[in-house]
Design a binder for this molecule. Structure first.
Ligand code: HEC
Ligand code: HEC
Length: 305
């Protein structure tokens, strides 16, 4: 792959490099043909005592320059240096890096293969695997789910027993391998479904009532019917959610976005779009397996507290 934006820069580099090398060679050659008055001075005097002899360069010195020129030409034939030309060895730093990555991958593959043969729960009980999982987590997952995996607004806590998509090993593997796309539709422009801003407020009070938060029972009463019509399809008639859709349980004390009336009204009117990236292709099955075990282990440990 080449970084040149167009042909001009390719030739610019090639010509500059070659002209410089040939100019050096030419200079050497001209110098070797010059007339010298060996043993005589040039007539310059510095500090009243320092004089300059008019001697040719020592032969071994000129030969070093010639060797340098031959070396550089040979180098440019074998290795990249002349614009887009890769050199006949086809070497590149990216290729070298890729080779090293492959070597490391090949070295750790048997280890991951061993874990791949074990089921997720067994891997979660293996201290060495969990240490690998922790390192992988800190490299690939921490920036979104937090160093302690407790998440933040919009990013789920992975250490609790509350799951958007399910906490069984197969479900966790599926989430990490193929990613997830959470989609809560916006009801802001949908007068019919919840009845505008006042309707959204009523439904929000009903949602708060589901987990025992303070609410206005009159508003909640009105919201209840709207919930059954507009929301139950995804969040369930009782509001306990649906893992197949990633629709959260609204009756517990765990909130992805927040439980305040304002936040719930915002969720209802604007909707929510959330994406968990897919990792299978990037990390491979072995690492996904170990990471799944790590996440499974986190929530199992969280449960004990
Ligand atoms: C770019 C941010 C981002 C990164 C990086 C990321 N995740 Fe996620 N993850 C999310 C979001 C956002 C969700 C919630 C998706 C939703 O709401 O539908 C999620 C959901 C999950 C879930 C489902 C939780 C549940 O309650 O069902 C698991 C498990 C998970 N991530 C594990 C990981 C692991 C392991 C990694 C590292 C390989 C990782 N995530 C990296 C953003 C990220
Ligand atoms: C098409 C399915 C669907 C419908 C219909 C739906 N939701 Fe949702 N809802 C979701 C999904 C999926 C999420 C999670 C979004 C995410 O992962 O970011 C969500 C998230 C929420 C949240 C955020 C919960 C939290 O933990 O912060 C609230 C509150 C909510 N919905 C309320 C409602 C209400 C009220 C209605 C009816 C007006 C409704 N939803 C209709 C799918 C739906």
């Amino acid at each position: 792959m080449s970084d040149f934006v167009n042909e001009f820069w390719n030739w610019y580099v090639i010509i500059t490099v070659l002209v410089s090398i040939f100019a050096c060679a030419l200079l050497l050659w001209v110098q070797s043909k010059s007339k010298f008055n060996a043993g005589k001075t040039c007539g310059h005097v510095w500090d009243e005592t320092l004089e300059e002899y008019n001697n040719p360069m020592p032969k071994w010195w000129s030969w070093m320059f010639y060797i340098t020129i031959v070396f550089s030409l040979a180098y440019l034939v074998l290795y990249p240096g002349l614009g887009r030309f890769q050199g006949i060895f086809g070497w590149s730093s990216a290729g070298q890096h890729q080779k090293e990555v492959e070597q490391v991958d090949a070295a750790v593959k048997p280890l991951f293969d061993k874990y791949l043969k074990m089921d997720v729960k067994a891997v979660a009980a293996d201290t060495e695997a969990m240490e690998m999982g922790r390192r992988l987590y800190l490299t690939y997952c921490m920036q979104c789910h937090g160093a302690d995996a407790k998440g933040s607004k919009g990013f789920p806590n992975l250490t609790d027993k509350d799951w958007l998509y399910g906490g069984e090993p197969e479900q966790i593997v599926e989430t990490i391998a193929n990613g997830r796309q959470g989609m809560m539709p916006p009801y802001g422009g949908n007068e019919e479904a919840v009845g505008g801003a006042s309707g959204a407020r009523e439904v929000a009070h009903y949602v708060r009532s589901l987990s025992g938060l303070t609410h206005d029972s009159l508003l909640a009463g009105k919201g209840k019917e709207k919930f059954a019509n507009a929301c139950a399809a995804c969040h369930g008639a009782d509001g306990t959610g649906m893992q197949a859709l990633g629709a959260p349980n609204l009756t517990d004390k765990v909130w992805l976005y927040g439980s305040s009336e304002t936040t719930i009204v915002e969720t209802i009117t604007k909707g929510r779009q959330n994406k968990m990236p897919a990792w299978q292709e990037f990390l491979g099955e072995g690492k996904v397996h170990v990471l799944s075990a790590y996440v499974f282990g986190l929530s199992a440990a969280g449960d004990k507290k």
